[in-house]
Design a protein around this ligand. Structure first.
Ligand code: URA
Length: 427
């Protein structure tokens, strides 16, 4: 077996054998297959695609590259959620304690932001003291006690994906359906969850900008879950404009806490409840009403317990960036659109995201929307606010944020948040 033959086979549109896939994934994990060889293969896969059998085997090989967690000592049903990544997507922060408060256990292994999309771990680290690195023992202990943990995947879990994801990020091979599906599902299957709800984002702020490829990605992941005994449902949701009003780190935590307190922007509440219902149904708790747990404070109690268990102080003030600038409307009319991608870029330029994976992020930087798509506006009204630690971050972010805004004479047609569903009874 050698890497060059495998690259050439895929480059020519051929189908890789199980033996070739096992060999190349294992070889890459151990350093026998070089980065440049895997980069070439990833590009060939991105251009040529993979058959269902190839994706299934690739996923299996990535799971086999590391350990598989055993959650059988957790006495509640386990169910996790994964989003393919968006702008202002703070859903995990409120959803995880909410579902735990409703009786399931949520083993949430999350990632960091890269490029224009935010990462749950970066957001949580803006809570003073919060630790995102837990040992397997701590992770299991917290699932048994609090019923939820949100932390980084340990180094032993799908190490092939850890290495490959970093390589894809710098070689233009992230947005490939077989590579995304196998990356997400190898981690989720290795984490040991019994059930999984996937939030597949569609729109300018997502990897998938239209419904058709998003549905294909969703179907691929649902099939991979089913093949490994993980009950999996995917929900396709809009990411044309950011979720809620806040995009950044601490600002998103503050918005998630508003939701846990029974308030928050309507789209964030709607999506949190829709995903909670899917998760509870998959966990075998279909009659439990998550809206009641938001109303009566049980979800907030679970959040506070989760933050404390991971070393954080739920009462500590969140960091705030000192430099602010407000962008105002130049005319009367309606805010027709706020483009998610441009707002993600603005937040990233302000310091909320990183250009390379080793860069630090600013806890306080980000964008706050003062008006939402569809709102009427008058000339001079504040539309959004930029926040940064340093003034030199503002001008470039301002250009991106201004590009995000479209004003019109008529209100825009309402856009549904939940676009489709794949798997389970709705298949
Ligand atoms: N999230 C992942 O974990 N992997 C991908 O490839 C894309 C999004």
């Amino acid at each position: 077996m050698n890497a060059v033959d495998i690259i050439r086979a895929k480059r020519g549109g051929g189908e890789l054998s199980d033996e070739q896939i096992d060999w190349v994934v294992d070889g890459y994990t151990r350093g026998v297959v070089a980065d440049e060889q895997m980069a070439a293969l990833a590009m060939a896969i991105a251009l040529r695609g993979m058959t269902g059998r190839e994706v299934a085997r690739w996923t299996l090989a990535m799971i086999a590259s590391g350990e598989r967690l055993d959650l059988s000592t957790v006495d509640r049903p386990t169910v996790d959620k994964h989003s393919t990544g968006g702008v202002g997507d703070k859903i995990t922060l409120a959803l995880t304690p909410l579902v735990a408060a409703c009786g399931a256990a949520v083993p949430q292994l999350s990632g960091r932001g890269l490029g224009h999309t935010g990462g749950t771990l970066d957001k949580l680290e803006s809570v003073p003291g919060f630790r995102t690195e837990l040992s397997n023992q701590e992770f299991l202990g917290q699932l048994r006690g609090v019923g939820a943990a949100i932390c980084a995947a340990g180094a032993g879990l799908a190490p092939a994906d850890r290495k490959l994801y970093a390589l894809r990020d710098v070689t233009g091979t992230v947005d490939s359906i077989p590579l995304i599906a196998s990356s997400i599902m190898s981690k989720k299957i290795a984490e040991g969850t019994g059930a999984l709800v996937l939030d597949v984002k569609v729109g300018s702020g997502a990897f998938m900008t239209s419904v058709q490829p998003a549905r294909e990605l969703a179907t691929t992941m649902v099939e991979l879950g089913a093949a490994h005994g993980v009950r999996t449902v995917a929900v396709l949701t809009g990411m044309q404009s950011p979720l809620g009003r806040a995009v950044g780190n601490a600002v998103e935590v503050a918005e998630a806490v508003e939701v846990l307190a029974g308030g928050g922007p309507p789209d964030v509440v709607e999506l949190t409840l829709a995903l909670a219902r899917e998760m509870l149904a998959l966990a075998g708790l279909p009659g439990v009403d998550p809206a009641a747990a938001l109303r009566d404070g049980r979800a907030m109690d679970a959040w506070r317990a989760l933050v404390r268990a991971q070393g954080g102080d739920p009462d500590a003030p969140l960091p705030q960036a000192p430099e602010t600038e407000v962008i105002r409307s130049t005319s009367d009319g309606y805010l027709s659109d706020v483009d998610a991608y441009q707002i993600g870029v603005a937040a990233w330029l302000l310091g909320a995201g990183r250009a390379r994976k080793e860069d630090p992020v600013s806890a306080g930087a980000g964008v706050l929307l003062h008006r939402l798509p569809g709102n009427p506006v008058r000339a001079g009204d504040p539309l959004l606010e930029l926040r940064a630690d340093k003034p030199d971050r503002i001008p470039a972010a301002r250009t991106a944020a201004e590009r995000a805004l479209t004003l019109g004479a008529q209100p825009p047609a309402p856009r549904p948040l939940v676009l489709d569903r794949v798997g389970g009874s709705g298949e």
